[in-house]
Every structure is written in C-alpha cells, then in structure tokens.
Write a protein that binds this ligand. Structure first.
Ligand code: GAL
Length: 419
C-alpha cells in the first residue's frame, strides 16, 4: 500500500514537473514570439561605417530613418555594431565606452533614438574581445546585460569572436561550450527584465575546420531570436547568393520568435569595402540590389539595412521601402519561403502567406533573359488565380494552371502574389 502510494506520489510529482517544464517552455516561446513576431527590421552600422561610428553619425542615421520613410515602412531598430567600446573595463567591471566617439556615453544616443519612436541595438561578443579586439563580455555577462538595460538597449547582436581569448582558441571550442556561452547571455538579458531581442552569430561550431553552423540548429532557436547562417555578406552578387544559399535548407526552423539570418542587407551600400577570400570587387547594381531585397523577403530574413540612409538615391529608397514586398517578409504566418524548383539558373521560390496566398519569386541567376513558369500544382492550388507583380505594383490578371514570367532579365527576380 505504502509503495503504491509512493509510486502514485512520484507519478504526480513527475507529472507536475512535466507541467512546469512544458509551461516554462511555452512561456519562453511566448516571450520570444512577442519580441520577434516577424523578421526584425532595422539598420546596423557595420556594412557602411565599420568602426567609424560616433554619436553624430548614429543620431543622423536615426533622423534619416524617419525622414526617408524607412520608419513608416516598418524599420525599427538602429543597431550600433562593433567599435563603440574601448578594450578596457573600469574598476567596477563596467565596459569603458569610447568617449572620443560617444562623448556622452551610450544612454543619450539610445534616448534620442527612442524619442524618434525607434528602438536601439548594441553589439558584443561572448569572448574576451570582440572581432575588432575591443572589450567582449566574457566573465562580465550580467554586468553588461545590466548596463544595456540601464541604457535602454532593445536589441543585442552577440557575435562569437575571440572566444575565450583568441580566434585560435575559438577553433577548439566545443559545441557544448559554445551553447553555454550563448545561453548565459540569454539568461543575463532575461534577468534584467527588459525585453531585448537577441541576435546571435555563432561560428564556434566550426569544429576541426568544418563549418557546422547548422549543427547549432535546433538548439539555437530556443536561445535566440535570430541566428547568422553565413559568413559575412559583401556588396557582390555571388557573395549575396552564397548568403542566400546558407538558409535554403533551414526553412523548418524559422517562425515567429526565431529567424534565420543570412546577414545584413547590402542594398545601396556605396562604401568601398575591403573584400577578401577571392571575392571579386564588383559591386551589385540596382537590379541586383532589388533581387537581393526580394530574396531576403522571400526567405523571411531579418531586414537589417546597412547603407548610409542619409544619402540614399530615390531608387534605393524605393527598393528598401516597397511595402508590398515587405508585407511578404512580415506576413503573420511567419513561414520562410522555399526553393520549390531549381532548373539550373532559373529558379522558383515560394513563400506561403496567410489568407491562402503565396508570394513567388521567379529568380533568374543567369546573365541573359529567360522565361520562368510556376505551376499552380507546385503550390497545391488549382483553377484560375489572380497574379500581381509586387515590383510593378500591378495586377496582371487571372491565370489558369500556371503563370510564366516572360523575358526576365539576368540577375532579376520577378516577385508575384498569387491568390
Ligand atoms: C563579424 C560579423 C560582422 C560584424 C563584425 C564586427 O564577425 O560577422 O557582421 O559584426 O564581426 O567586428
């Protein structure tokens, strides 16, 4: 009798624990989904400024985010990347901000950004040093998280560099170590009580020279709101495609609360950047930028612009603020689009949307014009369906069984809405 009672008792304790664990997971999932219900949209300083950031240029970028219509189009975050800090801490363990760049510290910058109705993001590394050998968070995670919270940070980009101390040591980091480093900062952010979007770049799973970023899935989606899937993007057609490819097989992980991140946008980046690793120095041209933007929208990638918003041409502004294409990216169903057909250089990509709609990108990767067809049965549809061109903002009519984009120029993606 006693043992039956014990058994029953331990069953109910077990069941109770399970309920707590499940409830905990649900709460965790809810919090994550509240912070990033759709792919985050914003601007980051790295692609155009590298470490040449300061209070003035960040504030003027925030002004431009509003005056150019970017804010109205949905962009929210202004994120300061690497370079805002020195390589030292004060005697209480707080990171010393670079006061040549930010003479009043970080909080006034965050306050200014908030006063414009925008949100503010910052950058750090779980290692001793950031990628630019400035102060990282290792051993001071809670202090840093508390400072972020006190400054009004809404977004943290946590970039796995120099962990624990050098790039060389990082190559030998185990996956468990890496995971623990990212979980630690997640927990520290949580303890501050401030909702802070958590964007991570984990390169620590490159074990024995093998690129195993994918091995971090699925754990990383329970830790972060977005996770880099590629090495750094460059303003270059082939490099952009490499970043796009890095997300292709990861669609099942994406959804409200977690997004695959093939890196920030290069649309309209006019800076002369360093190129390395045999990448050709040829920058993208206007229609390639449009294709880059289209594909980031189709794969539900975070839309983090990286150009100088203060000097955008009207053509670049109209790419970055195309509300119909952005609506595809931000659709509440939260599905990442998939490549449904690969005919060599012509490809068909489809993103399921709410309301029984599909967005389709007819992507011509070649340099000469081609016709590309999407068949309704590939989407699970039949009959006559309406087609709208989201770049021309034009209804193209009703089509039975399929639609063919005719003469799609080289390096162009035609983006259509089908329902
Ligand atoms: C790289 C990262 C870039 C940028 C840079 C800063 O690791 O991929 O996006 O953040 O570090 O040093």
């Amino acid at each position: 009798m006693e043992s039956r009672f014990k058994l029953k008792n331990s069953f109910s304790t077990g069941a109770l624990c399970l309920v707590f664990v499940l409830a905990g997971n649900i709460i965790l999932a809810q919090n994550k989904a509240e912070i990033a219900p759709a792919p985050p949209m914003g601007w980051n300083s790295w692609n155009c400024f590298r470490t040449n950031i300061n209070e003035e240029n960040i504030k003027s970028i925030a002004d431009a985010m509003v005056s150019t219509g970017m804010k109205d189009a949905g962009y929210q975050y202004i994120v300061i990347d690497d370079g805002w800090m020195t390589n030292n801490r004060d005697k209480n363990g707080h990171i010393i901000v670079d006061t040549i760049k930010f003479p009043h510290g970080i909080k006034p910058v965050a306050d200014y950004i908030h006063s414009l109705g925008l949100k503010f993001g910052i950058y750090s590394s779980p290692g001793c040093f950031t990628c630019q050998k400035l102060m990282g968070s290792l051993g001071h995670e809670q202090t840093d998280a508390n400072d972020y919270s006190a400054w009004g940070v809404d977004y943290l980009k946590y970039d796995h560099c120099n962990y624990p101390k050098t790039a060389e040591e990082m190559k030998n980091t185990s996956e468990a170590d890496c995971r623990a480093a990212f979980e630690l900062m997640r927990d520290c952010l949580k303890k501050t009580g401030r909702p802070i979007l958590y964007s991570v770049h984990d390169v620590c799973t490159r074990v024995n020279g093998e690129n195993t970023r994918e091995h971090a899935l699925p754990w990383v989606r329970s830790v972060a709101n977005m996770h880099r899937t590629s090495d750094d993007i460059k303003d270059n057609w082939d490099r952009m495609l490499y970043c796009l490819e890095s997300t292709v097989d990861l669609w099942e992980y994406a959804g409200p609360g977690y997004w695959n991140d093939p890196d920030m946008l290069e649309v309209g980046n006019t800076t002369k950047e360093r190129l390395w690793g045999g990448i050709s120095p040829v920058k993208m041209v206007l229609h390639e930028y449009q294709t880059h933007f289209s594909m980031w929208c189709i794969v539900a990638a975070p839309l983090i612009s990286g150009n100088d918003l203060r000097s955008m041409t009207p053509e670049i502004t109209s790419i970055l603020t195309n509300k119909e294409v952005i609506a595809v990216n931000q659709d509440p169903l939260g599905k990442q689009g998939r490549r449904i057909r690969d005919d060599g250089e012509p490809e068909v990509w489809a993103k399921e949307l709410s309301g029984k709609k599909y967005a389709v990108a007819l992507l011509n990767r070649s340099s000469s014009p081609v016709d590309i067809t999407v068949n309704w049965k590939e989407l699970g549809f039949k009959g006559k369906l309406k087609v709208r061109d989201l770049w021309l903002h034009k209804d193209l009519g009703k089509f039975s069984n399929s639609f063919t984009g005719k003469n799609i120029p080289g390096h162009v993606a035609m983006v259509i809405l089908i329902n």
